[in-house]
Design a protein. Structure first.
Length: 422
């Protein structure tokens, strides 16, 4: 949780901190700059939600996904709980019951509603959540404008964390509504004009990392989550990393070669997970002999040149084994990305790594309830690097560590391969 300052741009962090969204340190109008950043992030949440009806917003299609209305309210509770309650002495909460409904997992912040039951909460309705957001927005903006300088200094890092937190939920709004819509037999489109971003030209090009000691983790000025720290040295290489993402065409070759039916390719837990009926990536459907994918634009034929997406870690691992290769470690990915060697590192699909999500050497969560943000999840999950088509602009960076359980595949998750020379 560091205060944002300008970040030197480079090819690897084109979709990273330093985006115009974030205020620059020392700006004469810092208060106004933070108010603008706050409004911009909060507006993006509402922009993403605006395509959805009140009915769309209440559905919870599986325990891992949350209703859009809940995302809109939970991100608001975050500011109420961690910015307004400690820093705005005269703040009147919108509704004291909302803390129970919209606290996600912060045990130190008090009791909370059961996650799998979020879809059963029809009230407050979507319109009242809008009023809740407006109430909190007015209070936060007023505090940013008028707080004494010492209070402002204490609250800005939490406001900044709250904005990055809200951006994470903006991505989840899209992945969760995609899952909800995938359960609708009419295959509705979230946005009929949604398209994959243009991807780099395909090929079997690799970059080679010779053996060396590299510093990984967050090293630049600017915001990062605590799980990206401390920066530390790691031995990397020799290893070759594919410059390109694995494509749908390559995934079809894996399927045609019986990839989903060959236990020798699969981790034991992955084989058990695949037994729930996996025969293709998530959201793929074979219609009259043609594979289609369910996307934010609805059901569309699979394009071979586009990146494989909605695959779990288990599937990515099996694919890599079938290809005679490996998934990169997160350190290998970061070193190659920092060198500008990876195509489509950001903004297309998150890329599974073979690294378990665990603390960096010397990592300590911050004290208090916000220490629960990342640290307590550092077991049994795998790290993904880069960012996806659903990630808001200005959110990701080269040291960013995303993480999910290895069976998860409702996120925009894909892969690139690694190989060891010799
Ligand atoms: Fe959250």
């Amino acid at each position: 949780m560091r205060r944002a300052r300008p970040v030197a741009s480079n090819a690897a962090s084109a979709n990273a901190a330093g985006h115009a969204l974030w205020p620059e340190g020392g700006a004469a109008d810092a208060r106004q700059a933070w108010i603008r950043a706050y409004r911009a992030v909060r507006a993006e949440t509402e922009r993403r939600g605006a395509r959805l009806s009140a009915e769309d917003q209440v559905v919870q299609s599986m325990p891992d996904a949350s209703p859009v209305k809940w995302h809109r309210a939970h991100t608001t509770w975050f500011f109420e709980q961690f910015v307004l309650a400690p820093h705005a002495a005269r703040y009147q909460s919108y509704d004291a019951r909302f803390a129970f409904l919209f606290n996600s997992y912060y045990v130190a912040a008090g009791p909370r509603h059961a996650r799998p039951k979020r879809g059963l909460v029809t009230r407050p309705n979507a319109a009242e959540v809008s009023r809740y957001r407006a109430h909190v927005d007015a209070a936060v903006e007023s505090l940013l404008a008028d707080a004494p300088p010492d209070v402002l200094d204490r609250m800005i890092p939490v406001v900044e964390l709250g904005l990055h937190h809200e951006q994470q939920h903006q991505e989840l709004m899209l992945t969760d509504v995609l899952h909800a819509f995938s359960e609708n037999p009419t295959a509705p489109a979230y946005d009929p004009d949604w398209r994959w971003p243009p991807c780099a030209a395909r090929g079997n090009d690799c970059c080679e990392l010779p053996e060396g000691i590299h510093t990984v983790g967050h090293q630049m000025p600017g915001f990062c989550f605590d799980n990206e720290t401390p920066a530390h040295r790691a031995v990397v290489g020799p290893v070759r990393l594919a410059r390109n993402l694995v494509t749908n065409g390559e995934w079809l070759a894996f399927m045609r070669d019986g990839g989903y039916a060959r236990p020798e390719l699969w981790l034991s837990d992955g084989w058990a997970a695949a037994a729930q009926g996996w025969t293709a990536p998530g959201y793929w459907r074979e219609i009259a002999g043609i594979w289609h994918g369910f996307t934010l634009a609805g059901l569309v034929p699979i394009e071979q040149e586009l990146p494989a997406c909605h695959v779990s870690y288990y599937e990515a691992d099996a694919f890599a084994r079938w290809a005679g290769k490996h998934l990169p470690s997160e350190a290998e990915w970061e070193v190659a990305a920092r060198a500008g060697e990876l195509k489509d590192a950001f903004g297309v699909v998150w890329q599974w790594t073979r690294s378990a999500y665990s603390p960096y050497p010397g990592y300590r969560p911050v004290e208090g309830a916000l220490g629960e943000y990342n640290g307590k999840f550092m077991v049994n999950q795998m790290v993904l690097r880069g960012s996806s088509v659903a990630t808001p602009q200005g959110h990701a960076r080269v040291s960013y560590r995303n993480f999910f359980y290895p069976a998860a595949r409702w996120q925009f998750t894909g892969l690139r391969l690694a190989d060891f020379p010799g």
